[in-house]
Each structure stands twice: as C-alpha cells, then as structure tokens.
Design a protein around this ligand. Structure first.
Ligand code: SAM
Length: 235
C-alpha cells in the first residue's frame, strides 16, 4: 500500500497539495482504494479513499497498527556540511537507515559557502525518503550548529562515536548494552577536523576507525550509521 504523510490524524483526513496530487494524478487512486497514512507518530493508519474532488480527497481511517520499521533506539548524526548533491544523497540514505536526528555542523575546514539553513529543503528530502522506506517517525533535520555547540550536547547521549581517520580501534568493542539506547556519531568535513577539534571531540566521544581507507564524508556517515546499527543489533 502506498504511504502518504499527514500533519495530524483523525477518523477522516483531508489530503491537499503535493500529497493529494501524488495520490490522484500520479498514482490515479480511486474511491475505495486503500493507503497508509503516516502522521510521524509511530503508527501506520490503514485508510480508504472516501471521496475525491479536483483539488482534495478525504480518507477514512480503518485501522491503526504499530509501525514495525521504526528503530527502537535513537541515533543522531552530527555531520560536517558537505556540498549540495552529496548532502541530499546523505539525507536520503541516513533516513533509509533509520537515523532519528540529523545535525549539520560547521567546522574550521568546512568549505561549503552557504552555511545558512536549508533545513526545509533537506527535511522535504528526508520526508520523501521516510515514505519510501516505510518508517513512520521521520528523521528530524536540525538547524546548522557549530562543532563547539554540538560537543556541548554530547553528555546527553548514552554513547557518542567519533569517526576518526587517525584511530585504529573499532566500534564493536564499545557497545553500551542497554534498552532503547540514545546514540550519536560525528563525521568531519572533506578536509577532516584540525587537531584542536580532534581533541575537543575526543574529550566527550569514543574515537573509532571506519577502516584503513579514507572515505568521503557522505560514505563515512553511511558506514558509521550502519556499523552502529549492526553493533546495537538493529540490522
Ligand atoms: N584527510 C582527512 C582526514 O584524514 O581526516 C579526510 C577526511 S574524510 C574525507 C571526512 C570524514 O570522514 C573524516 O573527518 C572522518 O570523520 C570520516 N572518515 C573517513 N574515512 C574514515 C576512516 N577510515 N576512519 C574513520 N573516519 C573516517
């Protein structure tokens, strides 16, 4: 069944705008067809198209079931800003993997010129990926933050892993064995972190390698998220 994002759920839901256009013009669904409504609340709402007008449709909610694709843990990605297309790709892939929060960070060697927020556009990319991969709770894209502010948040996590090209220790041996863990990871810019930044992060995070080859920042983020999910039994 096709999935549609809604802001809030009720016994009858009206769909307008982009989601309506997708349902009526792209998928050409009709009255009586069934879809899943996703209100980003951890549930799938099995619904039936009840009526269609030229610019909206109504859906009757038939059943509420727990979404099985959401991760039973929180995983936050603190990733240095990277260039447009790579960032779009990264947002899509981290959403597919189940990452709960994405925090773009600025660092000394961040070269991306537009450090202003593109949060809405990145959130829209993540929302589309949310629908496609079947999860309910969307990945939240946060405003750009400095590395220093990011590090101040690290004490709030059960564990924070720092992908460090100068490290030889692997992630596997650091796993914290708890229910619903709240984990974060940090990935540097294409030019890497400088020595001051390395020291700052290592004061509050566990430094780990991603292997002997230097990965591009987007690849490194995807590998890091995957390694954490494997280590915490989520793949
Ligand atoms: N010359 C830079 C350096 O040595 O740090 C390369 C930076 S790399 C393109 C971008 C980021 O990806 C790094 O800052 C690091 O966080 C992560 N990364 C890439 N390859 C890695 C590896 N083999 N082990 C750990 N982290 C890695």
């Amino acid at each position: 069944m096709k999935r549609f994002l809604v802001d809030k759920i009720d016994s009858v839901v009206t769909l307008k705008g982009q989601e309506f256009a997708h349902l009526s013009r792209v998928l050409r669904l009709h009255v009586g067809d069934r879809v899943i409504l996703n209100a980003r609340d951890g549930y799938d709402y099995i619904s039936e198209v009840a009526s269609i007008t030229p610019d909206s449709c109504t859906l009757r909610v038939l059943e509420q079931i727990t979404n099985s694709a959401d991760l039973p843990m929180r995983l936050t990605a603190y990733c240095a800003l990277i260039k447009g297309d790579h960032m779009n790709y990264l947002i899509q892939k981290l959403t597919e993997l189940g990452v709960s929060d994405f925090v773009p960070i600025t660092t000394t060697r961040t070269v991306v010129k537009d450090k202003g927020t593109k949060r809405d556009r990145l959130q829209a990319i993540s929302d589309q990926a949310t629908k496609q991969c079947g999860r309910s709770r969307a990945m939240i894209v946060h405003d750009v933050m400095s590395l220093e502010s990011a590090v101040e948040e690290f004490s709030g996590y059960d564990a924070v892993y720092f992908a460090n090209t100068k490290e030889s220790q692997n992630l596997g041996i650091n796993v914290v064995n708890i229910d619903n863990p709240n984990i974060a990871f940090v990935i540097g810019p294409e030019g890497g972190f400088d020595s001051h930044e390395d020291a700052l992060i290592m004061g509050s995070a566990t430094s780990v390698t991603l292997g002997k080859r230097i990965l591009r920042a987007d690849t490194a983020s995807i590998v890091m998220a995957t390694k954490i999910l494997i280590a915490y039994g989520q793949v």
